[in-house]
Structures are given as C-alpha cells and as structure tokens.
Design a protein around this ligand. Sequence first.
Ligand code: NAD
Length: 330
Amino acid sequence: MRYLVTGARGFVMSVLVERLLTAEPDAVVTTVDLHAPDHLLTTHLAGHEGRVQHVRADVGDSSAVAEVIAESDPEVIVHGATVTHDAASERLDPGRFIHVNTGGTATVLDAARRAGRVRRVLLVSSGAVYGSSPLGLLTEDAAPAPDEMYGISKLAGELVARRFGRLYGLEVPIARLTKMFGPMERPSSGRAVMSLPYHLAAAALAGRPLRVTERTLRAGGDWLSATRAAGALHLLARGTGRGDGVYNISSGVRTGVPELLARFGVEALPAPAGEGVVDMDPDAESGKNGVYASDRARRELLWNPGDLQEQVTEYLTWARNNPAVFVASR
Ligand SMILES: NC(=O)c1ccc[n+]([C@@H]2O[C@H](COP(=O)([O-])OP(=O)(O)OC[C@H]3O[C@@H](n4cnc5c(N)ncnc54)[C@H](O)[C@@H]3O)[C@@H](O)[C@H]2O)c1
C-alpha cells in the first residue's frame, strides 16, 4: 500500500508511520510536514529508509500539496497535521487554527479528490470537538460543542472532510483521539504543551517527585498511548471500518491522577495554584475532558485499547533510551 501521512514530524503521526512500515513490509510512506525530520524521527524509522520519503510542505499550500500527491501517488492519505490548543497561541493567533486545521484539511481533501488513485483519507481529529458538552461519557453520537478555536477548527475540518467524501465518493473515516501519551512525544511547532504522562516520565527518569497543584490530585482523564492509537489508525487507514464512520480512539475509562502517578512510580509534590508543572481541574471532567467511549472502535475495528500498565511500562522503557527528549520538563 502507498500511504501519504501529514504531520509526520510530530508525535502521534510519527508513531503511526513506524507502525505502517513495520506492520506492512510492502508499504511505502511519504510524509508531509512543515519541518524536516529530526534526529529522533530518523532513529525511530531506522531500517525503513528505502520505503519512506519526507517532504517539507505546508498543508495550506494547495500547489505544494497537489505536487506531493501527484509525485507520491498514494492510495491512502492520513491527515494529521495540526496546530493544537494552548491558551497563549489561541489568544495570539486564533486564525492560525482555522487556517491550518480547517483550511489545511480542505486543501488535502481537494488535492486527494483530483488525484485519481486516492480512495481513502483518514482524518485524525480530536475529542476537543466535544468541548463544553455536559456529558462525562462521550459516544460519537454526542452533540459536538467545541469551545476553543482548536476544537472549533477540528470540527469544521470534520465537516469539510465529510462533504468532500460525499461529493466525490471518497472514503473519509474520522478518528477522534483522546489524550495521547507515549514514545515520540516532544515539543513541536504545532504543540507547545506536553501531556501529564510526559512530565511523569521525565520525573521517573530523574527519580524525583512531580510538582502538581493540589486540585490536580483530585482530577482524572482518559489517557491512551500513541502506540495503541496507531494500531487503530492503521486499521482505519488500510480500509477497516466504515468509510463515513466516526470513531473515538480512547481507553474508554477514567484514570485518576494519583493512579497514574503510581503507575509511573512517581510521587506528587503538591504545589500552590499557578506553580505546578501540571494543573488539572477536577470540576471539569465532561466534554473534551471527559471519557470517550471506545465501544464502536472495539466492535467495528476489532481493536482494543489494551492494558494501561503495559503502555506505561513500554513508554518508560523508551524514555530510558531517549533521555534527551525530557530535558524540556522541569
Ligand atoms: N496529542 C494528543 O493528545 C492528541 C489528542 C487528540 C487528537 N490529536 C490529534 O492527533 C494529530 C497529531 O497530533 P500531535 O499531538 O502528534 O501533534 P504534533 O504537534 O506533535 O504534530 C503535528 C505536526 O503537524 C505539523 N504541522 C503543523 N502545521 C502544519 C502545516 N501548516 N503544514 C504541515 N505540517 C504542519 C507540525 O510541524 C507537527 O509536526 C492531530 O491531528 C491532533 O489533532 C492529538
């Protein structure tokens, strides 16, 4: 299979690219990202050099996207290039979310429908589309209620993709990812805020406690390793599941912060409000901060999220082999 993956210099999509190349010995992957691969990505994909080609392009640039699709001739595109939420970037440049996340999706879909061979475009979306929904357990049928420019732009991207699918007979499944953690998470041009598990891995590596605000210890969330998510994305990309389906890719359960700390073997150092490395609000555990039911993915993709402790152990092993990734964590 010939794949084109956007956003592949980033966290989740780099894990997916490795998965595609490992699971399918005849897969050929073209990656598209604003940035060239860093040393970490090159190392991660070592051994597959002959089957992967990296192209630097802006997904908002229609002629650049059309050119790379024409040259690489993919059957399947996985569109993951994104700018993700952080409060400072949203205030500074709200239009960038719309430009990249919605406009970029339209550009990729338009180029895909013009190129003869593309049959499926998997859109990597986010539970951020559930936004301020009052529900604590979100199925894919829950009404979207995005409340930040990131979620708004991702939902608009979903609608745009869906319309392209209907207009041109393209399969356009949508994967809504929960909070991701795991190997290859590092700061990127699209994402400045690292996950709680990233900081936990850093603390575990250094053998120190983690400074978290008092209220964070009463909070929880739905965390899933990108390696597990990549399994679901791979199934969706290669043709499993409905071409017009929406799938939550999530653990489907709440894990409390104290349990997560224990799984990483890290102690909490309670910090005053505003001074923790991580601050989560225990009163905000619905909508985008809720639990996303993964029953549909389990049923239709025959995928399951797997055991959390195994995911944590795998991540810690990777972290010990890649300590430089964690220097950014205090
Ligand atoms: N990380 C999470 O917890 C999480 C949760 C839900 C959904 N997702 C989704 O997963 C996907 C990957 O997210 P991630 O966390 O790996 O993000 P990331 O920031 O690590 O990677 C995104 C990549 O997109 C690239 N990019 C940004 N703007 C671009 C542009 N204009 N043209 C080309 N490339 C561009 C960046 O350079 C970066 O390499 C996204 O679609 C995101 O919405 C992630």
